[in-house]
Design a protein around this ligand. Structure first.
Ligand code: ADP
Ligand code: MG
Length: 237
């Protein structure tokens, strides 16, 4: 719990920074990107340099978008959602990346799983981040296994498992810290954003891993309570 508290304190600070900085950077960024795109086909001799500029701008844009998730939302809409539908939508998105990386996707979905109440697009972002990490952990291919089950009367448990490189036990506490990455072109923001989103859903996210064997990411989310089928919350977290 101490670990979780420390993490959420950090998240609060990063969230405040994000709200201020991300908006300020996004506007000039869009303008620079627009002009670079205009230059691209007119200045043939410089096309290579302009392409590098555009790819670096894309990277900044991507990082800013991740940061904006941390900014306080204006209004968040929680809706009753079928977990399997949500997961299937994501798997459709990731199918190509899986095939390219020689990764086989296996699902084991529980029958009669209760619905959850969530902000669908944000929750999708969590599973996209987690599944991308799983695929990236298996550079030589492998199996991405996704399971669902009910935990007691109150939760739904989703596991995303890979048989990739694994995570050193000393490194597990670092997961979700801003900018913690072991990848050459990583941002170390995906899990930070995911922790924040799961927290906003009163859920839990945990990592179990064996170095060289693989990793299991366990996400627990509260099931829909009848009195709260659909609600709109103006100010979350
Ligand atoms: P990024 O993917 O940009 O590095 P993330 O926040 O998504 O940032 O992940 C942070 C780090 O956590 C990764 O760089 C990697 O070292 C580790 N990690 C996350 N998921 C896995 C996984 N399934 N297997 C191995 N390492 C992982
Ligand atoms: Mg990632």
């Amino acid at each position: 719990t101490e670990e979780l508290l420390r993490k959420s304190d950090k998240l609060a600070v990063v969230g405040q920074l994000a709200a201020g900085v991300a908006h300020e950077i996004r506007n000039p960024l869009t303008s620079i990107k627009g002009f670079a795109q205009l230059m691209k086909n007119r200045l043939h001799d410089y096309n290579h340099y302009i392409e590098i500029m555009l790819s670096e701008l894309d990277r900044i844009e991507f990082i800013m978008n991740e940061f904006l998730v941390l900014a306080k939302p204006q209004a968040v809409k929680f809706v009753k959602t079928d977990v399997h539908e949500l997961l299937s939508d994501i798997l459709a998105l990731l199918e190509t990346q899986a095939i390219i990386n020689n990764v086989q996707i296996v699902t084991e979905f529980a029958e009669n799983l209760p619905t959850i109440t969530c902000e669908t697009n944000r929750l999708k972002q969590v599973f996209i981040n987690v599944m991308k990490n799983a695929i990236e952990a298996m550079p030589d291919g492998g199996t991405l296994r996704i399971t669902t089950e009910q935990g007691g009367n109150e939760l739904v448990r989703i596991r995303v498992m890979d048989d990739g490189c694994g995570i050193h036990p000393d490194r597990i506490p670092k997961l979700g810290e801003p900018f913690y990455t072991t990848k050459e072109r990583g941002t170390g923001l995906g899990l930070m954003v995911s922790y924040k989103i799961i927290k906003d859903h009163q859920g839990d996210i945990r990592f179990k891993s064996l170095l060289g064997e693989g990793t299991s990411v366990e996400v627990e989310l509260p099931v829909t309570q009848d009195s709260k089928n659909v609600l709109t919350v103006g100010d979350v977290g």
